[in-house]
Design a protein around this ligand. Sequence first.
Ligand code: ADE
Length: 376
Amino acid sequence: MNRLPNRAELMDRKEPDGSLPRKIGRWYRTHRRRLPWRETKDPYKIWVSEVMLQQTTVNAVIPYYVRWLELFPDIQALARAPLRRVLKAWEGLGYYQRARNLHQAARTICRKHGGSIPAEFEEFIALPGVGPYIAAAVLSLAFDKPYPVLDANVRRVGMRLYGFQGKANARADAVLLARIRGIFPVENGADFNQALMELGALICRPKNPGCLLCPVQSFCRAYQSGEQEVIPAPKSRSFQQIETVVGIISDQGKYLIQQRPAQGLLAGLWEFPGGKREKGETLREALRREIKEELGVEVRRERLLLKLRHAYTRFQVELFVFECELDRSPLPRSPNRRWVGLRALKRYPFPSGSAQIVRFLEDRDSEKQKRVSVGP
Ligand code: ADE
């Protein structure tokens, strides 16, 4: 699918829409946003940005990206870092497997490729977490190889331009990629890719597209037929609703946290004990059952501390957080369980629901401190 056309083939090609890339390119040069990853050709930095930008918006990514490069300025620094620091730097971005893969890939590159990111498609795509999108994006943006990228923005632009009906799917993607390959410019392919993404983000938006400002309006089938807002047809998305109970257990200023298993959902992250409410249970029954199952002890008293909502992957989670007093029995020891003070909690990577709880505990603690220092 991704054999590189050679220069002669590129030059030889008939380009019926030859002015389309030129128009998009001109528009891009005047309207593009100055994003930090567009100011570099360093493949590591571009790679980090592309991995972060999968499933996350540009504005949400920028602060993470800047901080990441302070912590791990190059592939060697990332490879040397312990996984916990890597996950901590990713905390809040979600889809943590992306961070684990990037870390693993950095180690592979240092071990097998002398610390240089491979510029060949087959070698690069063999690394953990690198799929066709990341490979095309990094190799085109950093090494100027003529691979078209197809992310959600480009897909929308392409489907509208060429008037593809229906939902996005793998077959439509393959046809679209072939069409884009057919008009891919001989020079400045990196800018062409960026320009298509930028057009999708700024003009060819999912809702209320700015067709009157679009540089390629005259080429656009969807605009001509007035279908720009119905292409692509919306995906059928179903979110599973989950109610979760969480127990905050403290002893002499330390809180009990535990690590999730190394495989599966949110693998390796830390959290407060708790779990899903089962059908027919009250929240308090669910809390008592979960604590008994996980820690082997009874909850003596509990008090609802806060309610939180957050969404990830396909789940919409409502968290009911209880402060718990346990029965006297000492907790059995376990290697994946720790008592941690508030300050040190900051060093542990948590899923975003638990991270919100940590912030709540910090705020509560600093309120207490203020009251103590002001006095009665
Ligand atoms: N989304 C994915 N890649 C991007 C990039 N390089 N610039 C802006 N948004 C993006």
